[in-house]
Write a protein that binds this ligand. Structure first.
Ligand code: AMP
Length: 423
């Protein structure tokens, strides 16, 4: 196993890595860092949770520290584009941690908040700028931000960037960045459209592929509970209380559903809870996230988009309160737990109307998910129907691929709590 010290990183970075408690590099780090320190472009296929932020942030910091900033320079020297505000803030926090002993300045700009503090930060001059595309373009158009001195460019979560419709903004931003730069692109998947974009913005990149999308899922203890829709809330509250869960991330499909569930959990379940979704002010989302990270609330209800890229340590439990419509979202959701090798549990509440989505997910991850049978929140008839539908042979067009992870499993816990806590 490679050690950080063998990767060519300078001493202040090694100290910061040790302060962060990292013992050894993750695969994306040990494979990417040497290429990036050598100044090459890079296309990295890696999801959030694999340690990809350090993989690009450490070489950037080392490069900038090696050549101190010209005091008269106002534009940034490295630009990191992120599809979401939350991810942008997390990258900025990582820069603070990793750059602690180096004195490299950095700032983050994103929409949904007043721009003045961001404008002031830019006016002082920053080495590294982390930005979401929309706000960055706004600031550029108003003349607050110039990119003509950018030496390093990172496009993080490029697939999300395309999914969220940012490609035109990204292209406009790229047109303002010098061609002679070091480019990096990270994406959870590399379909042809991503490869095409990489061809446009990277120059003869090294390619590092780690963790195909199913890998993080394998570290997560996944279970399904058949539950009548009307009983989902009671089951969730009981579970949090009985198992004394401290940090539970709950996913709903809609923004409205997230808000409603969060207030019901507080009102009827007596648990501390908040929600994050796109209709909330950025300041409320930040406050909810902070409370969750600091342990002041036990349950955070989120929509898929709001939770994208969230980096919160110690999420032991993810609950899929609603099944997502597409299997990729399932993989992203449960990737919020079991990060960087830790263990996590993902529980999916499934009512009879959601069996089709469950089967789609099982096909995508090539796993037959174990069912928790001894929980009281389902009518017998509903459960029987759910089981029958789930076991029915695949309809035409479905692959019905093999069953990994021990084939068809049933959880046989001693009580509801024991069954959940792990047999
Ligand atoms: P990322 O994929 O960059 O979002 O990182 C996911 C999580 O892994 C973050 O909480 C990092 O602090 C953590 N992490 C990154 N690199 C390492 C490492 N080498 N060892 C342990 N944890 C790490």
């Amino acid at each position: 196993m490679t050690q950080f010290a063998e990767l060519g990183l300078c001493e202040p970075l090694l100290r910061a890595i040790s302060d962060a408690g990292y013992l050894e590099p993750t695969p994306i780090q040990s494979e990417s860092i040497p290429h990036l320190l050598a100044g090459n472009d890079l296309l990295g296929c890696a999801q959030t949770g694999t340690g990809k932020t350090a993989a690009f942030a450490l070489p950037i910091l080392q490069r900038l520290a090696a050549e101190p900033r010209d005091p008269g320079l106002r534009g940034c020297r490295a630009l990191i584009l992120s599809p979401t505000r939350e991810l942008a803030m997390q990258i900025d926090e990582c820069l603070t941690a990793y750059g602690y002993h180096l004195g490299i300045s950095h700032a983050v700009v994103y929409g949904g908040v007043h721009q003045n503090p961001q404008v002031q930060a830019l006016a002082k001059g920053v080495d590294v700028l982390v930005a979401t595309p929309g706000r960055l373009l706004d600031l550029m158009n108003q003349g607050y931000c110039r990119l003509w001195k950018v030496e390093v460019l990172v496009l993080d979560e490029a697939d999300r960037m395309l999914d969220m419709g940012f490609i035109h903004d990204v292209r406009e931003i790229l047109a303002a960045v010098p061609r002679n730069r070091q480019g990096m692109m990270f994406s959870a998947t590399v379909p042809p459209r991503i490869r095409h974009l990489a061809g446009e913005i990277l120059n003869d990149p090294a390619e590092v592929m780690v963790a195909p999308s199913a890998t993080p899922v394998e570290q997560v203890d996944q279970r399904v509970m058949f539950v009548d829709r009307a009983d989902k809330r009671a089951l969730l509250c009981d579970m949090v209380r009985d198992l004394e869960l401290e940090r539970v991330l709950v996913f709903t499909r809609t923004k409205h559903g997230a808000s409603r569930l969060a207030s019901q959990i507080v009102r009827y379940g007596g648990l501390s809870c908040d929600s994050i979704h796109g209709d909330k002010l950025q300041s409320s989302r930040d406050a909810a996230l902070r409370s969750f990270k600091e342990g002041r609330i036990r349950v955070l209800v989120a929509t898929d988009v709001a939770a994208r890229g969230l980096d919160i340590d110690d999420i032991g439990y993810v609950v899929n309160y609603d099944l997502p419509n597409d299997p990729d979202s399932y993989v992203h959701r449960i990737g919020r737990t079991a990060r960087a090798g830790a263990e996590g549990v993902a529980v999916t509440f499934c009512d009879v109307d959601e069996i089709g989505s469950l089967r789609d997910i099982e096909r995508q991850i090539d796993t037959h998910l174990p069912i928790v049978t001894d929980q009281p929140y389902h009518s017998e008839a509903g459960r029987e129907k759910a089981l029958r539908m789930r076991e029915a042979p695949p309809s035409r067009g479905q692959s019905g691929r093999g069953r990994s992870r021990g084939g068809r499993q049933r959880s046989r816990g001693r009580g509801r709590s024991n069954a959940m806590a792990g047999d």
